[in-house]
Design a protein around this ligand. Sequence first.
Ligand code: CTP
Ligand code: MG
Length: 179
Amino acid sequence: MNTIGNLILRALLLFLPAMVANASPVLIVGKIVKNGHPIDLGYILKDGRRLFGEGKTWEGLISGIITSSLVGLSYAKYTTNNYWIMYGIVVGLGALLGDLLNSFVKRRLGKGRGDPFPPFDQITFIIGAFIMIKVSGIEALTGIYLNSTDLLIGVAIAGILHPVSNYIAYKLGLKSVPW
Ligand code: CTP
Ligand code: MG
């Protein structure tokens, strides 16, 4: 039966690799690596602003994909389907690319690293994950097809969890700003 609780749990599980991919760079680059290497290699566009900025690093990208693949690995343990690790990687990559696009747009709008850009800071990674799930063909392998309700609930969950987790990260000293 499709109770609301079931729908929320389904979206949560399907987007969990995206949420983990989005959150782990803050932890890993914030606490362990400290000075990551920027993905844009410092490249400045004609508008005088960075391509992505100092907050998007290779270390963050790689750690996000590793942790999202681990979420997929944990799903694979509970199913007979071998494709969940690949699902974790696809979803993590989509989330991180969505987040990169968000930073690209922020830089073009003249926003500095870490400047708030609601609601896009909170949801572009979910949309990126959703698009990647659709275009990669992974649904045919896992046998689970995402629909617009999944996307809506995923966006709502991220919209609520993102500010809460950012505030916790700020309080733990992982982030310099509470957003
Ligand atoms: N981070 C990273 N690499 C990524 C994503 C995030 O190293 N691909 C780390 C950075 O230390 C970043 C922190 O996680 O500062 C928080 O991520 P996020 O809020 O997405 O970046 P911002 O610092 O807000 O940068 P931007 O303004 O470009 O969104
Ligand atoms: Mg931010």
